[in-house]
Ligand binder design. Structure first.
Ligand SMILES: C[S@@+](CC[C@H](N)C(=O)[O-])C[C@H]1O[C@@H](n2cnc3c(N)ncnc32)[C@H](O)[C@@H]1O
Length: 115
């Protein structure tokens, strides 16, 4: 892989809407106020290529002293009902899942966790 940073190209970064990231950061900030810096463990179900995992990892570092851990899981299998989801993004994601590329992009992107 050529990128010197995370790969958010096309469907690999389709979820990186800044508004979503702001809500995620806000959620972790709020939880860290309540946990009073106790470990904050996050389980992400459906990590795709790891773009949002970068935020789930960064936010506890910023707001909870880095205490806690992030666990990412994904079925790595076709999951889109193309009969119901006829848009181009769904078709591209479904096509990408036909090989190992999304997992390779995930492995690449999580290298950019700061610790
Ligand atoms: C829209 S993507 C999620 C986006 C991702 N969080 C990101 O950072 O870009 C949905 C993901 O959920 C996964 N998935 C679907 N059903 C699942 C299930 N039952 N358990 C775990 N992962 C699932 C799919 O394989 C796909 O990678």
């Amino acid at each position: 892989m050529q990128q010197s940073g995370p790969n958010f190209e096309g469907v690999y970064g389709v979820t990186t809407n800044p508004m979503r990231l702001a809500y995620m950061m806000g959620t972790i900030w709020l939880l860290s106020q309540e946990t009073k810096s106790r470990p904050l463990n996050v389980l992400e179900v459906g990590s795709w290529c790891g773009s949002l995992a970068l935020t789930w990892r960064l936010a506890p570092e910023l707001y909870n002293g880095g205490k806690g851990k992030l666990t990412c899981i994904d079925v790595r299998a076709l999951f889109i009902d193309l009969g119901a989801n006829t848009n181009e993004v769904s078709k591209e994601m479904d096509s990408a899942l036909a090989d190992e590329e999304p997992f390779k992009v995930f492995q690449h992107n999580v290298q950019f966790f700061s610790r």
